[in-house]
Design a protein around this ligand. Structure first.
Ligand code: GLP
Length: 265
C-alpha cells in the first residue's frame, strides 16, 4: 500500500485532485474516457470542489467520463436532500460538463433491490470496469457501506448499517431515528476489482481505522483491511489521520524516495 501522509486536509484535497486529473488527461490523450468510482460523506467534498474549479478553468473535461457511486440508502427517495443521488448532483454533477446519463448511483427507490444490485454490477462490467475508485472510510473502517463482518468476496447488495455508522451519519438527517437501517452498497470484491484505489482520510477520528487498515491483519472485522490485497492502492491522509500509525516515519521516507526517484528519471 502506498501511504501518503500530508500536512493538512487541504493537501489531501490537492493530492486527490491531481490524481483524478492525471487519469482524466491520460485517458483523454488516448481518445477515450475514464471510469471513476465515487464516494460520498464529508471527506471527498474538498476534492469535488477542486474538480469543479479545474473543470471551470477548462483544465479537465468530464465529457467522456462515466461514474459509479459506492452506495445509496434504502428508503430515501433520490430527490431527498439526504440521498446520495442528491449529494452527487449538488456537490459535483450539476457543476461540471458530465453527461448525467453516464453517472450511476445505486438505485434503491421503486425497484427490486437484488435486481438493482445485479444491474449495477452489470453496468460496471459493461463500462469496462472502474479505473480509479475514490474511497472515504468510516470510523469503524467500513468502506462504502460494507460494515464489519462484510465478506471480503462480497458484491453489490443490501447491508444493514451499524449503530455507530447511523450515529456518525445522523448529522445529515437531523436525528438518528431518521437514518435508514439499510443501504445498497458495492461489495468489497466489487471495490477490489477497480484498477486503482485512492482512499482519503482526515482527522483524528479516523486514526484508529487507518491504523487497523494499514498495519492490522486482513479481517472482515476491519473491512478496509481488504485493501491490503490490492496491488494499486494509495491512501492520502493528513497528519491527524496518520497519528495512530506505528510506521509513519517509514511511509514518509518512502514518499521522499519516490520524489527523488521521479526527479532523477
Ligand atoms: C458513509 C459512506 C462512506 C464514507 C463514510 C465516511 O458511511 N457510505 O462511503 O466513507 O460515510 O464519511 P465521512 O467522510 O463523512 O467521514
Amino acid at each position: 500500500m502506498r501511504v501518503v501522509i500530508l500536512e493538512s486536509s487541504e493537501s489531501v484535497t490537492q493530492f486527490a485532485a491531481d490524481e483524478v486529473c492525471a487519469l482524466l488527461k491520460e485517458r483523454n490523450a488516448k481518445g477515450f474516457g475514464a471510469v471513476l468510482g465515487l464516494a460520498t460523506g464529508g471527506t471527498p467534498l474538498g476534492l469535488y470542489r477542486e474538480l469543479i474549479a479545474r473543470n471551470a478553468r477548462r483544465e479537465i473535461t468530464f465529457a467522456n467520463v462515466e461514474t459509479f457511486n459506492l452506495d445509496e440508502y434504502v428508503g430515501v427517495p433520490p430527490d431527498s436532500p439526504c440521498s446520495y443521488h442528491y449529494y452527487m448532483l449538488e456537490n459535483l454533477f450539476q457543476h461540471i460538463d458530465i453527461d448525467l446519463a453516464m453517472t450511476h448511483v445505486p438505485i434503491t427507490h421503486g425497484v427490486e433491490l437484488q435486481k438493482s444490485a445485479e444491474a449495477f454490477e452489470l453496468q460496471i462490467e459493461q463500462a469496462g470496469g472502474i479505473d480509479l475508485q475514490i474511497l472515504g472510510i468510516g470510523s469503524d473502517a467500513h468502506i462504502g457501506f460494507n460494515e464489519i463482518g462484510s465478506s471480503l468476496g462480497s458484491r453489490t447488495r443490501v447491508k444493514t448499517l451499524t449503530e455507530r455508522t447511523r450515529q456518525d451519519n445522523a448529522r445529515y438527517f437531523g436525528s438518528i431515528d431518521d437514518v435508514p437501517q439499510t443501504a445498497l452498497t458495492m461489495g468489497i470484491q466489487t471495490i477490489l476489482e477497480s484498477q486503482s484505489i485512492l482512499l482519503l482520510a482526515t482527522g483524528t477520528g479516523k486514526a484508529k481505522a487507518i491504523r487497523d487498515t494499514v498495519e492490522g491483519p486482513i479481517t472482515a472485522s476491519v473491512p478496509a483491511s481488504a485493501l491490503q490485497l490490492h496491488p494499486n492502492v494509495t491512501l492520502a491522509i493528513d497528519r491527524d489521520a496518520a497519528s495512530g500509525l506505528a510506521n509513519a516515519d517509514y511511509f514518509l521516507a518512502a514518499e521522499r524516495n519516490r520524489a527523488v526517484a521521479s526527479r532523477s528519471s
